[in-house]
Design a protein around this ligand. Structure first.
Ligand code: SAM
Length: 287
């Protein structure tokens, strides 16, 4: 038995669950699942399976399905259980609750009502992927899933192109190639990137390279399973100031200063403010 008997105070306990390998759960996570008065889960079947694997009996404790669209009714029920002194454990289907998963509205409501909200942290695909991608981890931006529509996806990528941080996306195997192709168009073929597939599972697969390399590799294999895509920040040193000026002059011939700066900033992956400043200087030089 990996868990021990502990008395839990009334409140909401988020428990991170495995993203693949079933033993990736903390001892405290197991203690909470074993001792909570009530268990709530995004997917009650996966929860039963997890309890089974770890030898935790549900007994006569309630197991309640909750996701954020279950709406106010289930939330209200969980809230009154906590109000009545119960410890409620909550887990999403895999990984950390609230991370591209339900739990936000529940956490907010219980915290707003002044009750204990705490967490047994553990696996999340974001952190496992950042650990393995070979890209800088000092600063990262988690974007979750991009929109399904190609044009919306491209617009969203354009908003991210100049951000000086490693970008982290969740992606589906069906969309991986299309997403990487769009990324080549927006971030450039040479931008370093990685995709991490089936993390912590038997066929864990990490591909690192330029975006163009990754498109080729994804096309050459059968893409299955769960995926995280990571894209490096723009390489400031690689921006040739003369090239940027040429591009900016050309853009200024047909566009307003604002639109020209925006287009060039996006193309070079540099901050808009900087290009706008340069556009003003180039404008002055002309007179
Ligand atoms: N809450 C989870 C977490 O903390 O990572 C994420 C839930 S989200 C609904 C599911 C997505 O996470 C998948 O589509 C995939 O992009 C990513 N993911 C989850 N498990 C993964 C794994 N084992 N390997 C790679 N990506 C994974």
């Amino acid at each position: 038995m990996n868990h021990k008997n502990v008395k839990l105070a009334a409140g909401l306990y988020f428990v991170a669950t495995p993203i693949g390998t079933a033993r990736d759960i903390t001892l405290r996570g197991l203690d909470i699942l074993a001792n909570a008065d009530v268990i709530a889960a995004e997917d009650t079947r996966s929860m039963r399976k997890l309890l089974d694997i770890h030898g935790i009996s549900l007994g006569d404790r309630p197991l309640i399905a909750y996701h954020d669209h279950s709406g106010a009714t289930v939330r209200q029920k969980l809230s009154s259980l906590i109000e009545g002194g119960k410890a409620v454990a909550y887990a999403s289907e895999a990984g950390t609750p609230l991370i591209a998963d339900p739990g936000y509205h529940l956490a907010k409501e219980i915290a707003d009502s002044g009750h204990l909200v705490t967490s047994a942290p553990g696996p999340s695909a974001i952190l496992a992927a950042l650990t393995l991608a070979g890209l800088p981890t000092d600063r990262f931006l988690f974007e979750g899933f991009l929109p399904n529509s190609k044009s919306q996806r491209i617009t969203q990528m354009q908003e991210l192109a100049a951000i000086p941080a490693t970008l982290v996306f969740y992606e589906s195997p069906k969309r991986l190639i299309a997403m990487l192709q769009d990324a080549v168009a927006v971030f450039g073929a040479d931008r370093p990137a990685a995709y991490c597939r089936e993390l912590t599972k038997k066929f864990e697969d990490i591909q690192r390279g330029s975006l163009a390399d990754l498109v080729e590799r994804a096309k050459a294999s059968t893409i299955k399973g769960e995926i995280v895509v990571l894209i490096d920040r723009p390489n400031k040193e690689a921006v040739n100031e003369n090239d940027l000026d040429d591009e900016l002059r050309a853009a200024l011939a047909t566009l307003s200063i604002r639109d020209a700066s925006e287009a060039v900033a996006r193309a070079f992956g540099v901050p808009k403010r900087k290009v706008y400043q340069r556009a003003l200087e180039l404008g002055k030089d002309k007179h």
